[in-house]
Structures are given as C-alpha cells and as structure tokens.
Design a protein. Structure first.
Length: 813
C-alpha cells in the first residue's frame, strides 16, 4: 500500500460502494432521414466521441448512443434507467441520496461525490463536465441523445476519465418550425409527472428559442413504522431554456438549466448487525456502545439499554419497511435543522460557439455551474441513535475550452487541437452526531487527552463538524488527429498535457446539540499529542499533479459496413484530499492513479431485403497502478472512508451489441458485457470488483406500425445483472443476480390530432434488490501487524424501486 487517506464520515456516497458522456448536435436533417424504426439501429447515428461529428459506425471506440426519442419509448427517465440500455455501464444509488449516483464503466466506479475526489467516469452536459453527481441524471427530458463511451478518454475529454464518460446532449432549438409538446403521467404511489416543451423560431433559419420543463411528484414506497413517514419519495421540478443563433459561418448555442429537488430521501434498511468484527475479531463500536449503556439515558434520545431488542426489531421488518424510532420527531430531533431530508439545487449556464473558417472550424465551450446539497439521514437504519449525519455542500465550477478542428493540411489529415481550463471551489462538509462518552472509547489509545475531555461531558448528543473549504483547478493542452493512409486504412493519435492543483482547508470542531450552533471547547489534535484551540485548528494542505496522457489507434474500414480497429491508451486520475480529516494521519493526500488500456473492436452492418442488423464487439485489457480504492472503516471512534492507492490491478472484459430493424416495423436490440477486476499486488483483503457485475445482459423488442386510428408503438425490454459485491470487505453487501422487465405501449397521433395515449410498467416482476449498501460489519483483516480495530457493527441497504405502472397522455404539434 503506497499511501492512505481517510475521508471522515460525512456522506452516503463515501459510505457506499457511490451522467452521462454527451453527444453533440446532429444535423437537423438527420432525424428526418429515416423512419423511426430504421433510425434506432442505423449506422448513420451521429456521435461526438472524438469531439467532432461522425457516424457511429465509423468511430473506433466502444460506444453506445441512444436517441432522445428512443429513451422516451423505452421508459428511460433518469440515469438509473440508462444502465438497462447499454453494456458495461452500472449505476447505483448512494446511501441516503439517490441524487448522488455512483457510475461504473469497465470496472472503474465512482464512490465519492465529495469535492477534491474526482470520478473515473466523466459526466457531461452539453460538452461541459459535471464532477459532482448530485442532481445530475435525475431527470432525462427533451434530449437529443445520450452517449456512453467505454474505456480511457484521457486525450480529448481530459484527466480522470479512466473508466469512460457519459455524454448528455439536450435538444437544440429548431430554427425553422414552431413546436409544442407535452406529457402527463399518473401512476401508483400517487405519481404525477408533467413535461412540456415549446420551440419558437423568432427569425426563421437565424434565431430560435426553446424552453422545456419537468415536474415529478411521487409518494414514497417505504414506510417508517414508528412515525409513518414515507421515504423513497420523489419531488422535483426542472426546466431548461436555450437559444441558438446561426449567422452564415457563426453558430452560437446558449442553454440555462435548473433543478430543484426537495425530498425526504432514500430509506436505509438495517439488514444485520454484529458485536464482533466479522473479519478481524475485534469488538465492534456497537458492542462498546451497548457496554457503555449507563452513559445513555433515554431522555437523551438514545435508549441504548434496549439496543439489541431494537436492532432485532428493525432487522425483522418486511419489504419496504424501516424503523428509525424517534428520528426526526423525538427529543433529540425536534428542531427543523435535524429533520430527515434530501434537498438538492443544481443550475448551470453553457455556451457553445463555432466559427467556420473554411478548412478549419473554431469552437469555444464555456460552462458555469452551482449546486447545493442539504442531506440528513439515519445511516444506521435502526431505532438506535448510532449514525445520523447532516451533509452540506456548495460547489461551484467554471470551465473554458477552445478548439480548432478541420483539415488545415489537406483532406488526408483530420486535426483537433485545444486548450482547456477548469476551476472548482466551495465548501463541503458534514456534522456527524454522537455521544462524547462513545467517542472517548475510540479515542482512548490515540488521543487520551481528548478522550478524557469527552468522558467529562454531559450524556447528551453533540455534532462533530468537518466542514471544509476546497479548491481544484486544472489546465491542459491537447492535439489529436486522424491520418487517412489509404481509402481503407487510417491511423489516429492524440496527446494531452494535464496540470492539476488541489487545496483543502479543514477546521474540525464539536457543537452541543442541546444549545444549537454553540461549539463546545473540545480542542483538536492534528498530531495526536498537542492540543490546539479552535482558533488555531484550521489546517490547509496543497497537492500538485501533472501527467501526459495519449492514445494511438489503427483502423481498417474496407467498406461502409465494416470497421475494425486496435487501440492503445494512457490515462490518469488526479490525486486529492479528504475534507473530513481531523488529524495529520487522516489528512495525507491520496496519489494519482494511472492506467494503460488496450482495446480491439469490430463493427458490422448486415443488410437483407428491407432490414438491417448492426453489430459491435469490443474486448479490452487494462493495467492500473496506484488504484484509488475506498472502504468505510472506524478511525479513532469516527466512521470514515479510507482511500488507499493499491499497488496494481488489472481489468479485462468485453462488450457486444446488436440491433435489428425490419421493414415491417419490428425491431430488436441485445447487449452483453463481461467485466473482470483482479488485484495483482497490494491486496488488502477487499473484493476487487465492488459495485461492478461480472455479467450484464439486456435486450428488447419494439413494434411500430400504423393501425388506422393512429401509430402503434410497443416496447418491452429486460436486463439481467449477475451477483455483485456492493461493499469492499463485507459479504453482507452482496446482491445476488436479478432481472428487471419494463414495458410500454402507446397509440400516437390519434386520428391525426397529435394526441397520444400510453400504458407503461417498470420492474414488472416486482424484484426486490439492493441498489446500494452501507456495510460496516468489518474494518478488514489484520495485515502486516496492523490491526484496523472493530467496525461499527451494522449493515444496511437501499433497495430499488418496486413494481410501478401508470397511464400517460401526450400531445405534439
């Protein structure tokens, strides 16, 4: 193990084993070139995986592209649904927030949405990166397409994209036609979902404005039995306003997007507990808390004397039932500051401006985004007051990218060059509740003076605050090109220099909940020995990294219907800090990870009669060094997530996709992916394939035909995911394989009116499955004489949606 960093517990993202690479605008005529059933499987789909518009069939990258129309027809409303449409992509929830999603591609998984920890899967909206996942991918509406790029994207999309990228491209204003459309849905759990869009061509062929919005409200499907409160609800509204100007050679696209989400949050259900660490045999924190029951009077809101009975009661509850006791209503949580909630606001401004100078095109991409997160949840999932943190964050970001694309040296060379700047800043933190006496148990050996201080405090709750300020900046220059050696053979390559800067200022302190907002006089011990007053407790750390990333590809294309390629790529993910650190040991930075990837692929189009079959297959092998691995542990009495730079890991696997379209309106699609992760050296006893199923299989059937009163569109699709470990160490985090089946049938344009009606259903077999876990049954094994101590001692899970169904009415003019 080369280095270790600890993220003191703050977020479900950190606890859980926690959108989308974006397609650029296709030419307006593209959508009308074919019938809907043909377009769904056409090799002529336009993608931007190499930052320029190309046909999907011609791109030497493993990529899945789904049009906005197809997303609607298949019932894909958010990023969680997206994984049912593409191989190698896995999207799971993150603890008490389904808005901070965890994305995985080819075994590389995003676990932490905290600032200064960058995801290996890049999320882009309108070609601008969004490193914080909360709120991103919550609502898919009025989209041109979504592209999922698999594998290292370190040249054209930048550092950190070691797993891949998800690109979401919104619909652009139509410069020619007035358009108006809307949809209303009603479903079980009192679902109300409304969507509307209007497109106004202010000056035909020159300037247009487009506005779209979405509102969704659904009662929670999980009940808290002590209070009757409903969890796993949905309540958000979002809108987007865009404008496009086209003047001869200049085109400018401007979009403003906004999301406001106000929900109770995800239900975390207790699934098991233990008084002994399941791997190293130490007494768990739960065992020590039960042993210290004398410190916990019931009036303080934590009846530890009856802890075992309360835990047994919570474990025994049925499906979609939880028991949090007095959480949110009892003597401890009567004030609004501690009411369970999942509140997210996210807004941004994006501008893409291009100028056609003949053989070259200049392009500028600007983005600004702000987000706020306010989350309170019961992370132990039980009536016992073990872990109820309050997480807050307000990151802001600005980015600027300038590109030159074209053929300045003749048609034999397609060239892209660019410069990039990104800056993110803000505050990110948490307040984790606890009893002073319990913290003293964990602190006794490391900082005995602080342990003695806590033992002398009243038996009432306090908060450990680890709110910190953070700043990250990055700049890069890059060049990439494709040399057409002959009509059938081409060579592509690119190189990028990345420079990253990270700064964290942390100021841990403790607040007495009996007197809200009042810090108690507990000192901080950065070195574990010398006490510092709160005035001197702030600690600033700086980390600088730089790296060169590159790619080389050989492509053979003997016909328009056959493409074969071999590629080698180098990528890296920058290092960072924990914003939750409370001492020097926890404040050590984690270092960059590096990856070398090799990929081979084959894309085919088979034509017969009026039908067509598109197939794509890719295999890959990756060597990783300094892999950034995460696991939740207990350090000095506090729940934490440790990031370690595992020495070496290898990943290998492949993806296969096929789509069939027939002239009679029948279509089908199928995909399969295999992913295998192996730790070569530096193993720490963890499962190497956290949150990534080894096998993913999916497919569907579509039928579209005129039926007299309107146009029939019917779709059924299913996906299967093999068993997967959702936690690095604990077997309690295992989710067995399961399948989900969705269906939708619609009659559109009834009697030529533009009105449509539909019925839809999701998870039709009512599968009950874990979507994420907080599994804290073990801190891991004793390695090289280092005893990690006992874990918290409980395991819980967030479960996926049950069967849902509803009706839909729509209009389109």
């Amino acid at each position: 193990m080369k280095s270790i960093n600890v993220l003191t517990f703050v977020s479900p993202v950190a606890m859980l084993a926690a959108s989308t690479a974006y397609a650029q605008d296709a030419p307006p005529a593209q959508a009308a070139a074919e019938t809907p059933s043909e377009a769904r499987s056409s090799e002529d789909i336009v993608v931007t995986a190499r930052r320029r518009e190309e046909n999907l069939q011609d791109v030497p990258i493993s990529i899945t592209a789904v049009s906005g129309e197809t997303l609607v027809e298949r019932g894909v409303r958010d990023a969680l649904d997206l994984q049912s449409q593409t191989p190698s992509l896995s999207v799971t929830g993150s603890g008490a927030s389904r808005t901070a999603l965890s994305y995985a591609i080819r075994g590389q998984r995003t676990n932490e949405a905290q600032m200064l920890t960058d995801p290996p899967v890049g999320l882009y909206f309108a070609e601008v990166v969004a490193p914080r996942s909360y709120g991103f991918g919550t609502a898919f509406y009025d989209l041109q397409n979504v592209q999922v790029l698999k594998g290292v994207q370190g040249t054209l999309f930048g550092r950190n994209m070691t797993g891949g990228a998800v690109l979401v491209e919104p619909n652009h204003p139509n410069l020619k036609e007035f358009q108006l459309e809307g949809t209303a849905q009603y479903g079980n759990y009192d679902l109300v979902d409304l969507y509307g869009m209007v497109n106004l061509p202010v000056v035909s062929d020159t300037f247009a404005i487009r506005a779209a919005g979405k509102f969704r409200d659904r009662k929670g499907y999980t009940t808290e039995v002590s209070t009757g409160r409903r969890y796993d609800d949905q309540h958000y509204h979002a809108f987007r306003v865009s404008a496009e100007l086209h003047l001869d050679r200049l085109t400018s696209f401007l979009v403003f997007d906004y999301l406001n989400q106000q929900e109770t949050g995800a239900a975390i259900k207790l699934t098991n507990y233990t008084l002994t660490d399941t791997i190293n045999g130490n007494a768990t924190v739960l065992a020590r808390q039960v042993g210290a029951a004398a410190f916990f009077p019931a009036a303080a809101g934590a009846p530890m004397q009856n802890a075992i009975a309360l835990l047994n009661r919570a474990v025994a509850l049925g499906r979609y039932q939880v028991d949090y006791g007095n959480f949110g209503v009892g003597p401890l949580y009567t004030n609004d500051a501690r009411t369970p909630r999942n509140n997210v606001k996210n807004w941004g401004i994006t501008n893409k401006t291009t100028f056609d100078a003949g053989d070259v095109t200049f392009k500028n991409i600007f983005g600004y985004r702000e987000a706020t997160l306010d989350l309170v949840g019961d992370y132990d999932g039980s009536p016992v007051a073990l872990l109820q943190p309050h997480q807050t964050a307000r990151p802001r970001q600005i980015s600027e990218e300038f590109q030159m694309q074209g053929t300045p040296f003749g048609s034999a060379l397609d060239l892209t060059m660019g410069a990039y700047y990104f800056r993110e800043w803000g505050r990110d933190g948490a307040q984790a509740t606890g009893f002073p006496q319990v913290s003293a148990i964990g602190l006794a050996s490391a900082t005995p003076a602080l342990a003695a201080f806590f033992l002398a405090q009243p038996a009432q709750f306090y908060e450990q605050s680890t709110v910190a300020s953070a700043e990250a900046s990055s700049w890069a220059v890059y060049a990439a090109g494709t040399m057409h050696v002959s009509d059938q053979f081409s060579l592509s390559g690119g190189i990028r220099y990345n420079n990253d800067y990270r700064r964290a200022t942390r100021e841990p302190f403790y607040t007495n909940l009996a007197i809200p907002g009042t810090p108690i006089s507990a000192p901080c011990y950065w070195n574990g020995v010398n006490a510092l007053s709160r005035a001197n407790c702030a600690r600033t750390s700086v980390l600088k990294n730089d790296a060169v990333t590159w790619d080389v590809t050989a492509q053979w294309q003997p016909s328009d219907d056959l493409t074969a390629y071999l590629a080698a790529r180098k990528g890296y993910r920058s290092g960072g800090f924990s914003l939750r650190a409370t001492n020097d040991v926890l404040g050590v930075p984690f270092q960059p990870e590096n990856v070398q990837e090799y990929e081979g692929g084959l894309k085919n189009v088979f034509r017969f009669g009026g039908g067509r079959l598109n197939t794509s297959i890719a295999v890959y092998y990756q060597n990783y060094t300094n892999v950034q691995k995460q696991n939740a542990l207990v350090v000095n009495g506090q729940v934490a997530t440790i990031i370690s730079n595992t020495a070496k890991q290898r990943n290998y696997g492949g993806e296969f996709e096929a789509s069939l379209s027939l002239s009679n309106g029948l279509g089908a699609n199928f995909f399969y992916s295999y992913a295998k992760n192996e730790i070569v050296s530096g193993a720490n006893g963890s499962f190497p394939q956290q949150g990534v199923p080894e096998h993913q299989v999916g497919g569907g059937l579509t039928y579209e035909q005129d039926v007299g009163i309107g146009r029939l569109n019917a779709n059924v699709n299913a996906t299967y995911r093999s068993g997967v470990q959702l936690d690095e160490f604990d077997v309690e985090g295992f989710q067995k394989g399961y399948a989900l089946v969705n269906a939708r049938i619609a009659i559109n344009d009834i009697s030529g009116s533009g009105i449509g009606l539909a019925l839809w259903g999701k998870n039709l077999t009512d599968e009950y499955y874990k979507q994420g876990v907080i599994s804290l049954m073990s801190n891991g094994p004793i390695l090289n004489g280092v005893n990690p101590g006992g874990a918290p001692g409980f395991s819980n899970a967030v479960f996926g949606e049950p069967r849902t169904y509803g009706v839909e009415a729509s209009f389109k003019f």
